[in-house]
Design a protein around this ligand. Structure first.
Ligand code: NCD
Ligand code: ZN
Length: 350
């Protein structure tokens, strides 16, 4: 039994597919930070309010789930919109996508210096800044983009705004682990299940496997091991964020496939597998259910979730409806593999 967890980094998308995604997360997670990289992105208070409405109307009756909406930072977003949205409790945080760093990031920030008025505002009002920490310079090797971002942008940013609370999202390198550990309470980091399970070889096992292509891209084995040590350390700066990022089968299997892994279906189970393998099940609750709320200053969830050992096969395909309303598919993370833990329904502590 662990306290009910939250997902501090989630993509729920929009339109027809939203209906197939909300309950998958809400089955297990009480809250989720919902990323704003829709097309068009969430850049206004009104857009966030109506997106939240659409999420909640997709939610099955009886499930208790709270989506926490984020603003998508752009070069020309006004500090007033950010401040009003935060004070009205519509925007929980703001997300910085370096322009063209990942899916739907073309409207992202071209240069962090351009948005200093936004960052100053966030520091003043206590609004968390969530960062996709990769440089986009094509001359920088894709496997180095996170490390270079930390040196070139993150370190100066934290120095310049000492009161700013920052989350480095979906960390993938040993360097990120060490840097986050060195930063006290100003900086936290989310860690995805897939970066705990796979290294970069997964993308090339017997051929090109786009199901394992995500951003930041999976790195060498020693980085994966460093992430495992971080997640299972119990340290308060590391918390659960799945970065579940579904793309329809056709968008993944393509000559220019999209980045993103759909892991929400068995996200908690996938993490439990890691903690079990690392003989650190006693640290799971801190990572999944305590460190995140503590970082964000939110109460811990009051319900609990039971984890049972059960050996089962993960389905190859998960059915969803596409934009035309017809049947389509996502490939869940762990497709065709066996998992050994199952999360049962949410309940009050006996
Ligand atoms: C995400 C997506 O598809 O929205 N993709 C991914 O590979 N993680 C965007 C992101 O978080 O980078
Ligand atoms: Zn993401």
């Amino acid at each position: 039994m662990i306290r009910q967890p939250d997902d501090w980094h989630l993509h729920l998308r929009d339109g027809e597919i939203l209906d197939s995604l909300v309950d998958v997360t809400a089955r297990v997670f009480r809250r989720a930070i919902v990323m704003p990289n829709l097309n068009p992105p969430i850049t206004t208070i009104q857009a966030a309010i109506s997106y939240r409405q659409r999420i909640l109307s997709s939610l099955k009756e009886g499930l208790d789930f709270q989506p926490l909406l984020t603003a998508y930072l752009t070069d020309d977003l006004s500090p007033k919109v950010l401040k009003d949205g935060f004070e009205q409790k519509v925007f929980f945080a703001a997300k910085l996508y370096p322009a063209n760093s990942t899916t739907n990031s073309s409207k992202g920030v071209t240069d962090i210096n351009v948005i200093s008025p936004l960052i100053e505002t966030m520091e003043n009002i206590g609004m968390p800044l969530l960062i996709h920490g990769e440089v986009t310079d094509p001359d920088i090797d894709i496997f180095d983009r996170e490390a270079v971002f930390i040196d070139k942008h993150l370190m100066p940013l934290l120095k310049r705004y000492p009161g700013l609370r920052v989350v480095l999202e979906h960390i993938t390198t040993e360097k990120a682990v060490q840097f986050v550990e060195s930063c006290d309470a100003q900086l936290g980091a989310t860690i995805t299940p897939h970066h705990l399970h796979i290294n970069r070889n997964a993308m090339f096992l017997g051929g090109l496997r786009s199901d394992f292509y995500c951003l930041p891209i999976a790195k060498r084995e020693h980085h994966r091991l460093a992430l495992r040590r971080a997640a299972t350390s119990g340290r308060s700066c590391f918390f659960l964020g799945t970065d579940s990022a579904p793309h329809l089968r056709g968008a993944k299997v393509s000559s220019c496939g999209c980045a993103g892994i759909f892991n929400a279906k068995y996200a908690l189970e996938s993490y439990v597998e890691v903690f079990d393998e690392e003989e650190a099940l006693d640290k799971l609750e801190a990572f999944a259910s305590e460190n995140g709320p503590n970082f964000y200053g939110l109460p811990l969830n009051e319900k609990f979730i039971k984890l049972v050992q059960r050996n089962y096969l993960v389905e190859e395909l998960y059915e969803v409806k596409n934009e035309r309303g017809s049947l389509d598919h996502l490939v869940p993370f762990h497709a065709g593999e066996r998992l050994h833990w199952h999360a049962l329904s949410v309940e009050n502590r006996m």
